[in-house]
Structure formats: C-alpha cells, structure tokens
Design a protein around this ligand. Sequence first.
Ligand SMILES: Nc1ncnc2c1ncn2[C@@H]1O[C@H](COP(=O)(O)OP(=O)(O)OP(=O)(O)O)[C@@H](O)[C@H]1O
Ligand SMILES: [Mg+2]
Length: 301
Amino acid sequence: MGIAEVISNHLAGGVSKIGAAEARELVRIGAEKTDKLKALNKSDQAKWFAQRDINYIRNYHEKDRVANKKRKLYTSSLLTDWDILGLTFDSFVPRPESVAHVNRAKKWAKVLAQGEHHGRFVMFGTAGTGKSWLSASIANYVNTYSSAYKRQQVVLYLSATRIGDLAKLVKSNSFGKEAESARKQWQVVMDAVKGRQIKQFDPSVGHDISFRQDFANLIVIDDLGRENKSGSNAEHFKSLMFDLLDAIHKDASIIVNSNYTMAELSSMYDNDGALTSRMFTTKQEQILDFRSLPMFRATEN
Ligand SMILES: Nc1ncnc2c1ncn2[C@@H]1O[C@H](COP(=O)(O)OP(=O)(O)OP(=O)(O)O)[C@@H](O)[C@H]1O
Ligand SMILES: [Mg+2]
C-alpha cells in the first residue's frame, strides 16, 4: 500500500489498516490543539492535521523501510556458518601483528556506512588471519550504523562456497526438489541485489521514468576460490557469478576476501579478466594483504 493510499484510508476513517498503536498515535496528535491552531479557520486547521498525519505516516513508513533493509542481511545472505553474522570489531582482541589491518578495515566500515563512497575492496592472504572476521565486522557495522549516518544501506554476505553449491543446481539442467529450492534461493539473492524496479511519472520530462530502489549497497563475497576446492563446477560457478556481478548496482560496493592473490584468482577464472575485473581494484588503500600474518585461528588440540 502506497503512502497516498494509507492517508486516504486514514482520512476516510480506515485507520485500522495501519495498526492500533499507530491509530492511537494519530488520535493523540489530533487531540493536542495549540493556540496557534485555534486561531486558524476550520479549513486551515484541517490542512494542518492532514499534514501532521502525512508526516507521521511518512515517518512510520520510513521506519518500516529501514527495518526491511536491515533484515536483508539475515534473510538474503548465503552462509556456510550463520555465526559469522554475529561478528563485530569487538569480537576478538586483535593480535598485535594485525592491528594495522583491523584499523584499515574500521576505516572502510565507516566510509561505507556513511554511504558517500563506493568501490571495490579486497582482502587476501593466509588462512585464519581474520579476513572473514573483518569482512563480517564491516558488514555488521554498515548494517547497524548506516541509518544513523545518512540512509540505511542494504548489506549482503555471500559465501563463495554456497554460490558454488547453488551454481551446480541452478546452472545445470537438473530438475526436482533440490534444484527447485536452489533456484528459489538464488532468486532471493538476486532480488535483494537488484532491489525494486520503480516506474514513476517525472513531470520534468513528461513521461514515466524507471529506476531501482533499495538495491544492495554492499555485497561481501567470502572466501572466493574456496568453491574450487569444494568441487564446484567451474563453468557453472563463473556463469552464476557473471549473473550476480552484472546485477550489482553501479553505486554499490563489493568486498572480496580470499586465500588467493588477485593474480591467482584471475588465472583461475579467466585470462582476459572479464570476471575478476568486476570485483577487483588497483587502489592500494582498498586492498589488504594478509600474507605476512601468522595464522591466528586456534587449531584443535
Ligand atoms: N587478527 C586477529 N586477532 C585475533 N584473533 C584472530 C585474528 N584473526 C583471526 N583470529 C581468530 O582466527 C579465527 C579465524 O579467523 P577468520 O575466519 O576470520 O580467518 P580467515 O582469514 O577468514 O581464514 P580463511 O582464509 O581460512 O577463511 C577467528 O575466529 C579468530 O578466532
Ligand atoms: Mg574466511
């Protein structure tokens, strides 16, 4: 239901459509007559109330929209381990060797949450050095704080292993329950990546213009290259990755983390760079090299 429809329902007495608590709030707003208001004639008073209601309903919808965008991280991500979405910059005390990496990641998080800069960010190097931890911390930071900076960003966390698993089913000619469910899951991801296509009349040009709203602003691709080790079909994976990367909005950011260097990944996927050029950057300040760090992950026993 659009705002106009909510308002007209409300003005026609159909307040139940917006919920009891909201209806009570509207009544409360209407009840507080100020002296200034009393001085207005009846028609201006009515306009004043209508405007207050419109503002109220707008805010109400904005809150809803923020919550919906925030939820996308949990409803549309592809994860092997859901605990990852609980990680923040405070989850671990950074090892001294990694303090510079952590600080750089915090800087990226802030810039991305502010929503004024977008681009490609890459973390690569040794296993167990905090690439997934820091990628997830950035994702959580942006998801939690972006609304306080400027506007709520839509964040998605996509594990390359899961993309590889889905690719096998989505891109093969297989049918049946498993393939059907994989296609549905992939559709959820793609819908979140693309956002909504809106058509709206633009009086300045005199016709409808269409644009995308609520598209994903930040997409993390975790552990790129790992899908290769877990036996994913390389052609199917590449094909699904092309679909994904082409759907990502031009104003969105991508963070990729991997055990492999960018050169290794480029030769793994392509020789002309068609796939990797969509994800990689040459800006040194947007690349974190973890190769010199020792593995921090606690090994069993
Ligand atoms: N800088 C760090 N300071 C403290 N602990 C860390 C740090 N980096 C990693 N760890 C520990 O190691 C674990 C593994 O980290 P993480 O999964 O982020 O590594 P990774 O670089 O993504 O590894 P992989 O390449 O295998 O995916 C963390 O859960 C944490 O316990
Ligand atoms: Mg990792």
